[in-house]
Design a protein around this ligand. Structure first.
Ligand code: SAH
Ligand code: TMP
Ligand code: ZN
Length: 412
């Protein structure tokens, strides 16, 4: 296996074993034919890119049955409103600007450009989520972005002032074609802004559940700079985000067109201090993952032995890695509560734990709730005070396995 960016042989550092499609929620008739692959990750000692060894074909993950709708989190809706405002106020000064977003999903970000009458285009291959965006008046093409599509977009709309993306650049293995497409698409004065889960946070928080089929890459400043420099771009600024459990926003432009921020220089130095591109860091990460897995299994096994009722909270894509790596089964969890209609009534990938509507959690609180949607914990804790007040306890596992009850916390 060679690095998808620079062709150096990859150094594998962890395998999570056999994994199903993370968002492949399914009905019992599909159990027998469920697709599995080995989820394993390596890093490139030359360019620093952390990447999956194997990734399933894109159509297997992104299709007309895509189960993730961005609009399910109100805090994310606010986050993308702010992202859109930053682009609009800081980067669209010229007349009749044009914005392209890839992975635009249900239009959670582009709707703000649409409402402001700004020319925009979303590129979204998953037809069911793209349909929701279109219904909101968000101009959307239902395709996978790459250089060929960029040429078609330029022919139809002209070049773009801003290329934006969230939680999708790290999904795309043919990364050089994406950057070539950005170059085709972007005006000489244009800006590129995208954000994804950050390698530094994954390492610091042992949030190994950021590793699943869709996330073929875990980016750092080093790996992003390296990949884009080959195409004449320069990383000029960054903005750390708390979203999705620790993300990084990257701001890039054609080389030499914008000043490089001090913040970027400082974060580069921090990556060196954290050892983000050293083999020992990944060895330590692996042992932290194993410790986290064993601790979580011990808590859940004890709950089962004690006859406690435990429910999962949020059937996140990330939870597929946790459930299958830790060996969590329907014997541990009565069900997983989720607010997304398309997931309800189905079963979780691999372990086949039932996914039920949120009402079933709220109507009969369990003894323990396993917080799979930990990246939304601020939003969830704010609305679930009565679960704790009723004596319910949270089981969390990032940054470490812990039980949270009432006003106190008990470490495991
Ligand atoms: N930006 C949204 C959605 C992220 S989910 C958010 O942050 O909430 C990732 C989305 O990217 C999915 O809707 C998926 O269909 C889409 N996607 C995957 N590969 C893509 C590609 N090559 N080009 C454009 N979109 C892609
Ligand atoms: P995400 O972590 O990929 O954003 O997915 C979050 C999932 O959690 C999504 O399926 C919706 C679900 N969810 C709830 O069930 N309740 C909530 O309060 C929130 C914020 C999310
Ligand atoms: Zn490389």
């Amino acid at each position: 296996m060679h690095c998808r960016i620079c062709e150096t042989p990859i150094e594998p550092f962890i395998s999570f074993g056999n994994m199903p499609i993370a968002n492949g929620f399914l009905t019992p008739d599909a159990f027998a034919a469920e697709y599995f692959f080995e989820l394993a990750t390596g890093f490139c000692s030359t360019c620093g890119m952390v990447q999956l060894i194997d990734q399933p074909a894109r159509e297997q993950m992104f299709n007309e049955q895509y189960h993730f709708f961005s609009g399910t989190s109100t805090l994310m809706a606010r986050h993308f409103q702010e992202f859109a405002a930053t682009v609009q106020s800081g980067h669209l000064q010229g007349p009749d600007p044009f914005v392209v977003e890839i992975g635009s999903n249900d239009g959670i970000m582009l709707q703000h450009f649409a409402n402001a009458g700004i020319r925009h285009l979303g590129v979204e291959p998953s037809a069911n989520v793209a349909a929701v965006a279109k219904a909101k008046g968000v101009n959307t093409v239902c395709s996978f972005f790459d250089d060929a599509l960029a040429r078609e977009i330029v022919a139809e709309y002209g070049q773009a002032d801003a290329f934006i993306a969230a939680n999708v650049m790290c999904h795309i293995p043919y990364f050089h074609s994406i950057i070539a497409g950005i170059k085709t698409l972007l005006k000489p004065s244009g800006v590129v802004m995208f954000e994804d889960p950050y390698l530094g946070d994954v390492i610091e928080r042992t949030s190994y559940d950021q590793i699943y089929d869709e996330h073929v890459f875990l980016f750092s400043l080093k790996s992003i700079s390296h990949a884009f420099e080959q195409h004449g771009f320069e990383l000029v600024d960054i903005a750390p985000q708390e979203t999705h459990g620790g993300s990084m926003r990257y701001i890039l432009a054609y080389k030499g067109t914008r000043p490089v921020s001090d913040r970027l220089v400082r974060q580069r130095a921090k990556e060196e201090t954290l050892g983000l591109h050293r083999a020992e860091t990944f060895d330590l990460f692996r042992s932290n993952c194993e410790r986290s897995r064993d601790a979580l299994r011990a808590v859940l096994d004890r709950c089962s032995r004690d006859g406690k009722r435990v429910v999962g909270y949020g059937a996140t894509s990330k939870s597929t890695t946790v459930i299958n790596y830790c060996g969590i089964t329907p014997d541990h969890l009565a069900f997983i509560s989720d607010t997304t209609p398309i997931k309800q009534g189905k079963f979780s990938p691999g372990a086949h734990i039932p996914v039920r509507p949120y009402a079933e959690f709220a109507q009969q609180y369990p003894d323990y709730a396993l917080l799979f949607a930990w990246n939304h914990s601020r939003e969830i804790m704010a609305k679930e005070g009565s679960f704790l007040a009723a004596g319910g306890k949270w089981i969390v596992y990032v940054p470490e396995v812990k039980i949270m009850q009432g006003s106190s916390e008990a470490s495991q």
